[in-house]
Ligand binder design. Structure first.
Ligand code: XUL
Ligand code: CO
Length: 437
């Protein structure tokens, strides 16, 4: 194991600690609703942000200090990064991770060479997993960085690009399977369009579905038991992505007969870009039985970019945890920090500070959400608000057994309905009561 980070394993010191390298709220073994925090939260680290993000922005070069990385595309450098990443995971107490194929392993001149190098890196990943007990939350293929994917991968107008992408996805699923991955994510990085003027929209959507059907068939062929996810995002880099939000993804999966094979991996900043709250996206997915995993981050509301900030907003993490607890928790999914340190936070130590801030925010969100549930007032209010529907008539309408004729006759002889206050402010006050404790 490497020794690049001059820190001990991060420990829980409690809410009064002033140590920047300690958890204030995340106490992995503390039990909430009968389950240790670590099992509720299932934190994962993103290889791309931890190991491959130079912290550049459109106006300036990368600032990240990475003494372990010689900047080359060599296998040695890639293997060293694996070791450093596992050192980080061990010290930050995160035992799940996610990667894109090209984060961990460089592309070579031919597919054969690229796959052969990938196998070498995968062997090292497997060794480190076995030594540390860390496991792979999900893998994915990077189908958006290389210039060949400039016009999409599965939705490229060029058949040859689709074929290349299929080969790349096939290998990425195979490696994810070999590493015992608990899932595999499809994020349609450039699966969308920049202008409809040059785009055959339905043909592109059909091609995307064809790619996903082949992936399902391959999964079954090799016996990969992990969960497939689609990760919605409305735009950036394209003007419009086909997997634009949770509802659009569910419609796409239904339209093409894929719903039973996929769940959603929801990302906070993608929800924001779609004009939704994360809680909205989670609720839509949860009610459809399709909430799988979470890419945890937050955006800056007054900036239209996917800024991938570390999630530190307690109101947000509380809402996320309320939805998760209501679902009964993750099965295959987890909270993957698809988040990057600010460009100003360029020291290796900032990797720790940023993850600690995110982990503490979610641990606190979990405590608050659990307390709100135990209080019960919000749940009781919502149940009471819909109580009129629990009547025989309400039940019959819900079951599709009523008719306009019947309701017309009933309306004629009924008094005007009485409305009750929605009490939004009271309910928000209850959340604040627990947030401030
Ligand atoms: C990009 C994004 C990706 C996916 C994986 O916005 O979120 O990193 O999570 O491809
Ligand atoms: Co993401």
């Amino acid at each position: 194991m490497s020794d690049y980070f001059p820190v001990q394993k991060i420990a829980y010191e409690g809410p009064d600690s002033r140590n920047p390298l300690a958890f204030k709220f995340y106490n992995p073994d503390a039990r909430i609703e009968g389950k240790p925090m670590r099992d509720h939260l299932r934190f994962a680290a993103a290889y791309w942000h931890c190991m491959r993000n130079p912290l550049a922005d459109p106006f300036g070069a990368g600032t990240a200090i990475t003494p372990w990385d010689d900047g080359s595309d060599s296998v040695e450098n890639a293997l060293r990064r694996v070791d450093v990443f596992f050192e980080f995971l061990q010290k930050i107490s995160i035992d799940l991770y996610c990667f894109h194929d090209r984060d961990v392993s460089p592309e070579r001149g031919t597919i054969q060479e690229t796959e052969q190098v990938f196998d070498q890196i995968a062997t090292r990943l497997r060794q480190r997993q076995d030594e540390t007990g860390v496991s792979l939350l999900w893998g994915t293929a990077c189908l958006f960085t290389h210039p060949r994917y400039a016009q999409g991968a599965a939705t490229s107008p060029e058949l040859g690009v689709f074929v290349h992408a299929a080969a790349q996805v096939r290998k990425a699923i195979e490696v994810t399977h070999l590493l015992g991955g608990q899932g595999y994510t499809f994020w349609g990085g450039r699966e969308g369009y920049n202008t409809l003027v040059n785009t055959s929209l339905q043909r592109e959507r059909e091609h995307l579905a064809a790619m996903l059907h082949m992936a399902v068939a391959f999964k079954q062929e090799i016996g990969f038991g992990g969960q497939f996810y689609i990760e919605p995002k409305p735009q950036e880099p394209t003007t419009h992505q086909y997997d634009s939000d949770a509802a659009a993804c569910l419609n796409f999966l239904r339209e093409f007969g894929l719903l039973e094979h996929f769940k959603l991996n929801l990302e906070t900043n993608h929800a924001t870009l779609a004009g939704h709250t994360m809680a909205h996206e989670m609720r839509i997915a949860r009610e459809a039985g399709a909430l799988g995993s979470i890419d945890a981050n937050q955006g800056t509301p007054n900036c239209g970019w996917d800024t991938d900030e570390f999630p530190t907003d307690l109101y947000l993490t509380t809402q996320v945890m309320l939805e998760l607890l209501a679902m009964g928790g993750f099965t295959t999914g987890g909270l993957n920090f698809d988040a990057k340190r600010r460009r100003e936070s360029f020291e290796p130590l900032d990797l720790f500070h940023s993850h600690i801030a995110g982990m503490d925010a979610f641990a606190r969100g979990l405590q608050v959400a659990s307390a709100i549930r135990a209080d019960g007032r919000i749940e009781e209010f919502v149940a009471a608000r819909y109580a009129s529907w629990d009547s025989p008539l309400g039940r019959r309408i819900e079951a599709g057994e009523a008719s306009f004729a019947e309701l017309h006759a009933l309306a004629l002889q009924s008094p005007a309905p009485t409305l009750h206050s929605g009490r939004q402010e009271v309910l928000e006050g209850i959340i604040n009561q627990y947030l401030s404790r």
